[in-house]
Ligand binder design. Structure first.
Ligand code: PMP
Length: 452
């Protein structure tokens, strides 16, 4: 009985965990939190301790834990039709495609896979083949950004701009160029907004010209860099990138794996910036992680180039589990819940409130900057506000551990450069209450006070 979690023999479980399990990211963590159940924004571990899930798992459990309606939808679909491949069709895929298209504002075609990495691989392959079939076969390069994360597979990791995650696996997929991120707090160009004339966006045009415009297939970017440190661009940035893409015939691929499905306070993150991408990739929030699913939404005009005549215009990509009926049914129910409970609007309000409450931390000597986008927040820790020297790993780990001791789970950015993993991250579920927000901020204040 999972409701009596203290009945578990934790030591025996830990022993087996240490013996048999290879954890993601931190394989040698000898003392993992062993989660047993979840309800709303809270999870319960094997000892019966409750934790506020301040990262929605891995930026994904947007509608919160323990949604019986989703479990029922999955069970119902499993009983009716658990599997059928998408070289043909099935009802949940058709219904889901229509709904996602609505949320995107129309004009897209959906290709389904299992993970965010998969969805990005699909985007790269479609972009390259599109240019072939559009009479520009030399276009194979993609421009990405330092600090970006786009996935774990060879192409998606090639697009990723975090050295620590890449070095021992190289060579990765070729053709990925990286430019500096729009990181105003530490402007890579040494400029100040707005005197900068958005050099970070101009960098796209420079690289396109250096590489040769006829060799560039696309750009890939998140609306806001999330895992790389909640790096929020100036408001005009995405529009400027869109213009450059249009000028050079380069496809704009927007990675909405984290920012999509309401997380940004709008249906999709790019909608905050008034741009229409050529390709949109999505995962995590599409099912709130109740079941694995991802999608690559491709503009109808691009799809037109894949319609023949002749079999060699087809997209040669198949994915056994991608878009399976159960995951599609789960996604549909997840989106229905978001609509019925007006959770996109709720995320927007929560995001504003969280941001306002966090402002108090700016008084602390180890907090250099606080940034947010919808219901995502980043707290950049420094040793010194003047020099902006990144806070030591010890300090960052101390804050995270003390938060955990008080029942608050938070995250930090990917270790982009050694010693540069100094940005705490928050990405709570959309069902977070106002009291929960106070709990987050009160706990952070209390824990930061211990640093002095
Ligand atoms: N893109 C972004 C922006 C991500 O944050 C992630 C995962 N954190 C991915 C892609 C890859 O997704 P997945 O882990 O499902 O392959």
């Amino acid at each position: 009985d999972q409701s009596h979690s203290s009945n578990f023999d934790k030591e025996a479980l830990l022993e087996k965990d240490r013996k048999y399990l290879w954890h993601h990211i931190s394989p040698h963590n000898p003392n993992p939190l062993i989660a047993v159940s979840g309800e709303g924004s809270w999870i319960t571990d094997v000892d019966g301790n409750r934790y506020f899930d301040g990262m929605s798992g891995l930026w994904c459990v947007n509608v919160g834990h323990g949604r019986e309606e989703i479990a029922d939808a999955a069970a119902q679909q499993m009983k009716t039709l658990a599997y059928y491949p998408l070289n043909q069709s099935h009802l949940p895929a058709i219904q889901l495609s229509e709904k996602v298209n609505e949320w995107l504002g129309g004009g897209y075609r959906m290709f389904y896979s299992n993970s965010g990495s998969d969805a990005n691989e699909v985007a790269f392959k479609i972009a390259r083949q599109y240019h072939h079939q559009n009479g520009e076969p030399l276009r194979y390069k993609f421009i990405s950004r330092h600090r970006a994360y786009h996935g774990n597979s060879m192409g998606a990791l090639g697009a990723t701009g975090q050295a620590q995650r890449k070095t021992k696996y190289e060579p990765l997929g070729v053709g990925f160029q990286h430019i500096p991120p729009p990181y105003c707090y530490r402007c890579p160009f040494g400029k100040t907004y707005k005197d900068c004339k958005l050099e970070c966006a101009q960098a796209y045009e420079d690289v396109i010209n250096w590489e040769g415009p006829d060799t560039v297939a696309g750009v890939i970017l998140e609306p806001v860099i999330t895992g790389g440190g909640v790096i929020v661009p100036p408001q005009e940035y995405l529009g400027a990138v869109r213009e450059i893409c249009d000028k050079y015939g380069v496809l704009m691929i927007i990675d909405e794996v984290i920012c999509g499905f309401g997380r940004s306070g709008k249906s999709f993150g790019h909608q905050n910036y008034g741009v229409k991408p050529d390709i949109v990739t999505m995962a995590k929030g599409i099912t709130s992680a109740y079941s694995p699913l991802s999608a690559t939404a491709v503009k109808d005009e691009i799809y037109e180039k894949f319609k023949g005549p002749g079999a060699d215009t087809h997209f040669r990509h198949v994915n056994t589990f991608g878009g399976n009926p159960v995951s599609c049914a789960v996604a549909l129910k997840n989106m229905e819940i978001i609509e019925e409970e007006r959770l996109v609007e709720r995320a927007a309000v929560l995001g504003v409130n969280l941001r306002q409450k966090l402002e108090v931390l700016m008084n602390h000597p180890n907090v250099g900057d606080i940034r947010s986008f919808g219901l995502i927040a980043g707290i950049e820790m420094v040793e010194d506000k003047e020099t902006k020297l990144p806070a030591s790993a010890d300090k960052v780990m101390f804050i995270m551990a003390e938060c955990k001791n008080r029942g608050l789970l938070i995250g930090k950015n990917g270790d982009t450069v050694p010693g540069f993993s100094n940005i705490l991250t928050l990405c709570p579920p959309f069902v977070t209450t106002d009291e929960d927000l106070d709990f987050i901020v009160d706990t952070l204040v209390e824990v930061f006070d211990l640093l002095n």
